[in-house]
Design a protein around this ligand. Structure first.
Ligand code: IVH
Length: 464
């Protein structure tokens, strides 16, 4: 094939792949199957291999091309990345609104943009002439770390923006997060490899982003919601809402729940609505961000030292609860790993009743010094399995019983051995617990993909 013909085909493929990438990862509305998408990628890869001169840094095949780093460089933000003043209740919201009106010398209702406050990590993405050139963490707000290679691996971050007459330079700000489902999957895999699980999705996202090897980041299902801009050259907006509309048009991922609300009453209605949806969204959010919608008014209001006067974060109630440990049971996993689980007096935490909480392993039990009979603080960290955060030691009466891992498997009585932080049942497949879990693993979608053979059937099968 001639170079020019190949160049044309590569350009066409890139455009098509970028379009499908946007449809799939940003709009959640794919038009082709995964297999068809793969076929396009393979074709582009083959072309680039045959004609290396065609390779461009913004090619979709380059998402995981970079070599591991020794350390991150630093990036100075052209506009500081500020934090937001927090309020924990209705009164906080009303006080904020009164402050805004006093400052603007008005008693008319103020128009606010309202949006979910995502519990992740703030990043800045720089696009020059429509091409993603640099990405950084928030750092201390003034300088952050250069994590460009890692951000390139995030599929919902476009490497090239959509449209014509793109701004010379646009700094986009957003929050990187891990969807709850993926968080659960990552932790399951980590436990199977005897690696300590991530405490919460936020930690998992942070750990993944600050990886010196982008290939590790690429394997983590990170996602982004863009919520604002830094410096923009060659484009200006009237409102925050219009700014976000524009980001969407460029192909960036903006949270679909952004709304404009009239007066503080409107924002409080939105806040309650969001709280009711909270557990169904599939990602962690810790409240509502309220921003004065007019950028002119934002400018008039200005900033304090660390936070602007035009924004407020209204937090949801914490997902913590206090209860008592009735007992500590030991579960046996697929690889034979023993996991201590606290059996709790049922307690409601942010709308969900909790009766069990994982204690991870013996070291964790010792570190937190959790004993049977203790009063404990439990937390729902987005994960399906709640965990014990700490013990209320003041509540101890002296009869509480420290926990020790059994020396025999609680299911099959085989000997228990310790490797690193984890205790194992040595029974192998003669242990019914390990056998059941192994079969379950064998039939999962990622393995043999046997439909209709669920946990209940397998348990029954093994028991019979
Ligand atoms: S706006 C000056 N919008 O919250 C306003 N921040 O405490 C700048 N965050 O560092 C931030 N969701 O990491 C904004 N929809 C949202 C957000 C959001 C999460 C985080 C962000 C920021 C922190 C501020």
């Amino acid at each position: 094939m001639k170079d020019t013909k190949a160049a044309k085909e590569a350009a066409r493929l890139r455009e098509e792949i970028n379009r499908h990438n946007h449809l799939y990862y940003v709009l959640d509305a794919p038009e082709i199957t995964d297999a068809e998408f793969d076929r396009l990628m393979r074709r582009l890869e083959a072309l680039e291999e045959e004609f290396p001169a065609l390779l461009t840094p913004d090619s979709p095949t380059r998402r995981v091309g970079a070599a591991p780093l020794k350390e991150f460089g630093t990036v100075t933000h052209t506009l500081p990345m500020l934090s937001i003043f927090n309020a924990s209740d209705r009164e906080g919201g009303i006080k904020f609104d009164e402050g805004v009106k006093r400052f603007l010398k008005t008693d008319k209702p103020v128009e606010y943009a309202v949006e979910p406050k995502i519990d992740g990590l703030a990043v800045e993405l720089v696009y020059e002439d429509g091409v993603f050139t640099n990405g950084s963490t928030r750092g201390d707000g003034y300088t952050g770390e250069d994590i460009t290679s890692n951000l390139r691996t995030v599929k919902s971050i476009p490497l090239v923006l959509i449209g014509k007459n793109l701004p010379k330079r646009i700094e986009v700000r957003g929050e990187i997060f891990i969807p709850l489902k993926s968080f659960g999957d990552i932790n399951k895999e980590r436990e199977e490899r005897n690696e300590p699980p991530f405490v919460n999705p936020r930690n998992a996202a942070a750990g993944s982003l600050r990886q010196l090897d982008p290939r590790v980041t690429a394997a983590r299902p990170l996602d982004i919601f863009c919520y604002g801009v830094g410096t923009v050259e060659g484009k200006s907006f009237a409102t925050h809402g219009k700014t976000l509309e524009y980001l969407k048009k460029l192909g960036l991922k903006v949270n679909p729940l952004v709304e404009v609300a009239k007066g503080i009453e409107g924002t409080l209605v939105y806040h309650r609505k969001l709280e009711n949806m909270r557990d169904k969204l599939g990602y962690e959010l810790d409240g509502t961000v309220i921003k004065v919608n007019s950028l002119k008014l934002q400018e008039r209001l200005g900033v304090r030292t660390r936070s602007p006067r035009w924004a407020l974060a209204c937090k949801f109630p914490a997902k913590h609860g206090t209860t008592r440990v009735i007992g500590i049971e030991v579960g046996v996993g697929r690889t034979g790993a023993l996991t201590p689980v606290a059996i709790l007096e049922p307690v409601e935490v942010a709308g969900v009743t909790i009766e069990r909480a994982t204690l991870h392993n013996q070291d964790e039990v010792d570190r937190k010094d959790v004993r049977e009979g203790d009063t404990v603080i439990v937390q729902r960290a987005g994960d399906v399995i709640p965990e014990v955060v700490s013990v209320v030691k003041d509540k101890r009466s002296g009869v509480e019983k420290p926990f020790k891992m059994p020396t025999e498997c609680p299911v099959c009585s085989a000997k228990v051995e310790r490797t690193g932080a984890i205790h194992f049942c040595t029974g192998g497949l003669s242990c019914p617990a390990q056998l059941k879990r192994t079969i379950r693993h064998f039939v999962t979608r990622k393995a043999m993909d046997i439909e209709g053979l669920g946990g209940k059937h397998i348990d029954r099968f093994v028991e019979d």
